[in-house]
Write a protein that binds this ligand. Structure first.
Ligand code: 6PG
Length: 472
């Protein structure tokens, strides 16, 4: 076989197929391979017909069909399946060839695979690709990390296939090692927190105010035209309007209320804990999905544990307006925590991550794209070391303007037994962050009391221990 294809892709599930069509559509020839031959055949005889797409039926054939240095993108399931492909692919490649993992790999796996590639003289890029199936086809947001030389080999392809943002193509190289996959992981953590915030707003409007999906869609449509505008708010409006063709009812109300997860939100939270970075809104979003999965237990508990009437006796217009402020601050908190985590990870790992560039790459194509990313980018351009988004405009003013609404909305929610863990955590997070003296002095005293863990004092230098039970 002639070695002429510009780019190789392994894994022909929908994301893989769509990326192939995107790359081919931008003027590159693509060789494709899938573990099961039927899927490759189906693809080349169907969607790929008449295109510059070369089917191959073994990894050997795929490798032989590529121009050197070869560039192979893996679009296979994260974890075991990725390792299985790499174990076969690595030995077939030659020094200077590039492997790109485009899945949602755990960053520690990426570090391990990258050093394995390095030992073999291969280049490796752990690359987060966001935007779902549509994004893969029309323009995703691409977050690459690993060997910079490898990025040089695919920069042109990535820039052509990525979403066009207001500030250039939404792809970037974020640093060595697992920087790309780490950025994508935190992207997903933020994604979880925004989704949970929106779900809480929906619950407050539905159970609290008794609004219909249509009426709620109108509220989200309004929010989408304001500072909160973004992809997740936009699809929420569309979801709420969608009618089930089978029953004619609003489909959303026919969907079982247990949220699934593939792990990236959990990893993001675990990584925040490892770093010692506060990411409570992201964490609460993960825990909320976990609680939602206790469906049977919740159903049983609902018969045992009582609570107040969820109906909110408030003016609907006033409530939805103040809910906007509450949701807005909760979403800002999600980004603020995510960016802080990236800042801390970067300094711990020596990535020299450019946070304004992360914001730029998230401006289009990805799931968390929103109107907030332009001011976030500006905040980090003005002050690259900015420790917390809330300290910069327009977020500082947003806090001043809306924290009263966040307090009022969550207080109403508590009063009526409606859970708002993301919004609560956002409020507590900023309240703690802006408090000069927290009650941690008491915790230190308790630690010292039961475990002689020692403490420091505010009035003199040194480390102290008290025999708290000594009789005076
Ligand atoms: C994206 C998404 C995507 C993720 C899904 C599902 O950026 O396109 O983050 O990568 O896999 O959102 O994630 P969960 O199954 O964990 O909700």
């Amino acid at each position: 076989m002639a070695s002429e294809a510009d780019f190789g892709v392994v894994g022909m599930a929908v994301m893989g197929q769509n990326l192939v069509l995107n790359v081919e559509g931008r003027g590159f020839s693509v060789a494709v391979y899938n573990r099961t031959a039927e899927r490759t055949k189906e693809f080349v005889e169907g969607r790929a017909q008449g295109k510059n797409i070369v089917p191959t039926y073994s990894l050997e054939e795929l490798v032989a069909s590529l121009k050197k240095p070869r560039k192979v993108l893996l679009m296979v399931k994260a974890g075991e399946p990725t390792d299985a492909v790499l174990a076969k692919l690595f030995p077939l490649l030659e020094r200077g060839d590039l492997v790109i993992d485009g899945g949602n790999a755990h960053y520690a796996d990426t570090e391990r695979r990258l050093s394995e590639a390095e030992k073999r003289g291969l280049l490796y890029l752990g690359t987060g690709i966001s935007g779902g199936e549509y994004g893969a086809l029309r323009g995703p947001s691409i977050m690459a990390g690993g060997h910079e030389e490898g990025y040089g080999l695919v920069r042109e392809i990535f820039e052509r296939i990525a979403a066009r943002g207001p500030e250039g193509p939404c792809c970037g190289y974020f640093g060595p090692g697992s920087a790309g996959h780490y950025v994508k992981m935190v992207h997903n953590g933020i994604e979880y927190a925004i989704m949970e915030t929106i779900a809480e707003a929906y619950d407050l409007m539905k159970r609290g105010l008794g609004m219909t999906p249509d009426e709620m869609a109108q509220v989200f449509s309004d929010w989408n035209s304001r500072e909160l505008g973004g992809y997740l708010v936009e699809i929420t409006e569309r979801i709420l309007r969608y009618r089930d063709p089978e029953t004619g009812d609003f489909l959303v109300e026919r969907i079982l209320d247990t949220a699934k997860q593939k792990g990236t939100g959990k990893w993001s939270t675990q990584a925040a804990l490892d770093l010692g970075t506060p990411a409570p809104t992201i964490a609460m979003a993960v825990f909320s999905r976990i609680i939602s999965a206790f469906k049977d237990e919740r159903a049983a508990a609902s018969k045992v544990l009582s609570g107040p009437d969820p109906h909110l006796a408030v003016d609907r217009k006033e409530f939805t307006e103040r809910l906007f402020g509450a949701a807005y601050l909760s979403v800002i908190a999600a980004y603020a925590q995510g960016f802080r985590q990236l800042r801390d990870a970067s300094s711990e790992r020596g990535w020299d991550l450019d946070l304004s560039e992360v914001a730029r790459v998230w401006m289009a194509g990805c799931i968390i794209r929103s109107g907030l990313l332009a001011p976030i980018r500006k905040a980090f351009l003005d002050r690259p070391e900015l420790p917390m988004l809330f300290l910069a405009e327009p977020f500082k003013s947003a806090w001043e303007e809306y924290h009263g609404d966040l307090r009022w909305v969550t207080a109403k929610a508590h009063e009526h037994g409606l859970p708002t863990p993301a919004m609560d955590s956002a409020l507590a997070f900023v309240d703690a962050y802006r408090t000069e003296r927290l009650p941690a002095n008491l915790i230190q005293a308790q630690r010292d009391f039961f475990g002689a863990h020692t403490y420091q004092r505010v009035d003199k230098e040194g480390t102290f221990h008290t025999d708290w039970e000594a009789v005076a």
